[in-house]
Write a protein that binds this ligand. Structure first.
Ligand code: ZN
Length: 356
């Protein structure tokens, strides 16, 4: 590579790093030799493999257990796709569909976003949503705290030839971005986890996280939240909450859920707060969003085949046309719930689009 070309590439590579802000004093960061640093307060953070690392000690979390991730990563050196598709590990097999599924970002088609939009994917995980959005929009910033998942995404985007995703290793609580800089912010399966391992009231923590998302959005920008419904019908008959692994906690009043969780050995009590549709709307409005559009994500926000507006006629049409296969008791219960106008409130999950 010619020297000028190399210099130009290094320069454009560093340009986006200089858009970042200091976590301490919010000054614009400078790109140094293997780091980014704050010219005002002197704080610095390493840049490895082109990825700024604002956090290095985040506990592992992922669909694939940590011990199996090492093997996946070594296979992914050659091909991230083959690493998933040829694995004989059951946890990898289970997770693969979700990691490969680019339809998980189809919620963005419900928002009116220009093609040059800047997107922030908070909790990007193994990169499926960032991958999909990078094909549709101008630039995607993929935020992920877990080192192994960051490494997986780097391989994935490199091998796919995707050049408009910037990976930033950091947590939801340390976001080095200027206010009003994104058209779309994605929180897919994230809001229910923000209080885990942190002190303080879970609802307050969720509100704080949402307020910081609101700050980072441009006026008219959209926040997407993909999340479970607190009142999913199964939770009333003892199905376990997938986050805490405990039954009953979602539907019980919070103080009882907390008491129950402690009795079951969860030292911090119940932290993974979910809400009803009305509950999410209230939370989002309180956090600075002007309007909230709520869709049912069916069968779930991580495997979305349908986004159905929460309107009686639309939902009834959906059930009759696409979901008429329920039989026996299920059929009877569903018809009853439909007649009572309750059915749409008992579905598994929501896709919420909140406008600033
Ligand atoms: Zn500073």
């Amino acid at each position: 590579m010619a020297f000028e070309e190399q210099a130009l590439r290094t320069e454009t590579k560093a340009a986006w790093l200089q858009e970042l802000r200091c976590l301490g004093c919010r000054a614009r960061l400078h790109a140094g030799d293997g780091n980014v640093f704050c010219p005002v307060c002197g704080e610095s953070w390493p840049v490895e493999d082109g990825i700024p690392r604002f956090i290095s000690t985040f506990p592992y979390w992922g669909e694939i257990p940590q011990e199996n991730m090492t093997e996946v990563l070594s296979q992914a050196d050659k091909s991230w796709r083959t690493a998933l598709l040829t694995s004989s590990d059951p946890s990898v097999k289970r997770a693969s569909e979700m990691i490969l599924n680019l339809d998980r970002a189809n919620f963005s088609l419900l928002a009116d976003l220009p093609p040059q939009s800047r997107v922030l994917d908070l909790g990007a995980g193994m990169g499926a949503i960032s991958h999909s959005l990078a094909i549709r929009y101008g630039e995607v910033v993929a935020v992920e705290p877990v080192t192994e998942r960051v490494s997986f995404m780097r391989r994935r985007f490199e091998q796919e030839g995707i050049r408009n995703v910037r990976i930033v290793q950091t947590s939801l609580w340390d976001l080095p971005f200027p206010d009003g800089s994104f058209d779309l912010i994605v929180m897919n399966g994230v809001l229910e986890w923000v209080a885990t391992g942190r002190q303080g009231n879970p609802r307050r923590l969720q509100e704080t996280a949402l307020k910081s998302a609101a700050r980072l959005l441009k006026t008219g920008g959209v926040l997407y939240v993909g999340i479970e419904n607190r009142f999913t019908i199964g939770y009333f008959v003892g199905c376990r909450d997938p986050h805490s692994g405990m039954p009953w906690v979602t539907v019980l009043p919070r103080f009882l859920a907390n008491f129950y969780a402690r009795r079951k050995g969860a030292a911090d009590g119940y932290r993974n707060y979910l809400y009803s549709r009305a509950g999410y709307e209230k939370l989002l409005r309180k956090s600075g969003f002007a309007a909230v559009d709520c869709y049912l994500a069916i069968p779930s926000y991580n495997h979305p085949k349908f986004y159905v507006p929460m309107d009686d006629r639309a939902f009834s049409y959906f059930l009759r046309t696409f979901s008429a296969n329920a039989t026996g008791l299920r059929q009877v219960i569903r018809r009853l719930m439909l007649r009572l106008g309750l059915a749409k409130h008992l579905e598994h999950s929501f896709a919420l689009l909140a406008t600033k």
